[in-house]
Design a protein around this ligand. Structure first.
Ligand SMILES: [Zn+2]
Length: 240
């Protein structure tokens, strides 16, 4: 009973929040294992999944009492954060699948995930509620020999006043926390580059939908005490 009351209290704090995690795992369904023979290291790398992102999303889910929709199929099979027709929808390993196999892959692993999120958001908006989707991702600390100088990236559409206001405020609250997190906006990627929330933003244009990608540095997530502190500060800064 007490636990339920605590959950209800948290839900009131973040009633408009929806968490998602498109690159949560590196699972290869049995029917596609032949494509990944000898690729164990690649699968375990940041190219196979967003390392630490699903664990981080689950912590935020627990702390904030927000729903979480997560996928665990490797992005090397089909990238749930890319649009149909995007050159990176399939990887070099899955691009060789025959057209009908790719259709089956989309029908089983891509469309249901995106449709679930779409329908959840559409339902909320139809009831006159607003929605803030946080799409939780992680980035590798060093890419092509260059160190990325941020702990947290907030990716949004600068042309959306509501998203820009929200992210500026969130950045300021995080930077003001005792640990002084390095938070950058639209880094290490642009918030308008192809992605799930970008597609949903287009779909729900003119409605109170905010789609933001939360990018977390894998160096932070890989250090248990730093990860715990970062996630606690992220949750607290969303509640305030
Ligand atoms: Zn990602």
């Amino acid at each position: 009973m007490l636990r339920r009351r605590a959950a209800e209290r948290r839900r009131r704090v973040a009633p408009w929040l929806l968490l998602s995690c498109e690159h949560g795992g590196n699972r290869v369904p049995p029917e596609y294992r032949r494509l990944f023979a000898g690729q164990r290291r690649l699968l375990a790398s940041h190219r196979g999944l967003d390392i630490g992102a699903l664990a981080a999303a689950r912590v935020l889910q627990r702390r904030l009492g927000a729903p979480l929709v997560a996928a665990t199929v490797t992005r090397l099979l089909v990238d749930l954060n890319r649009s149909i027709g995007h050159p990176a929808l399939y990887s070099s390993l899955s691009r060789s699948l025959a057209a009908e196999e790719r259709e089956r892959l989309l029908a089983r692993h891509y469309h249901p995930y995106r449709q679930l999120l779409h329908d959840w958001i559409a339902g909320r908006l139809a009831r006159g509620e607003q929605v803030l989707q946080l799409s939780v991702h992680s980035f590798t600390p060093v890419l092509d020999g260059r160190r990325r100088n941020a702990d947290v990236g907030l990716l949004y559409d600068p042309a959306s006043g509501a998203e820009a206001r929200f992210c500026r405020g969130w950045q300021a609250r995080l930077a003001a926390s005792a640990r002084g997190w390095r938070v950058r906006r639209n880094y290490p990627y642009r918030g308008t580059a192809d992605g799930l929330v970008v597609a949903l933003r287009r779909e729900f244009a003119g409605q109170p939908y905010l789609g933001i990608e939360l990018e977390l540095n894998q160096a932070c997530l890989g250090n248990p005490s730093q990860a715990a502190a970062l996630l606690a500060d992220l949750a607290a800064s969303l509640e305030s």
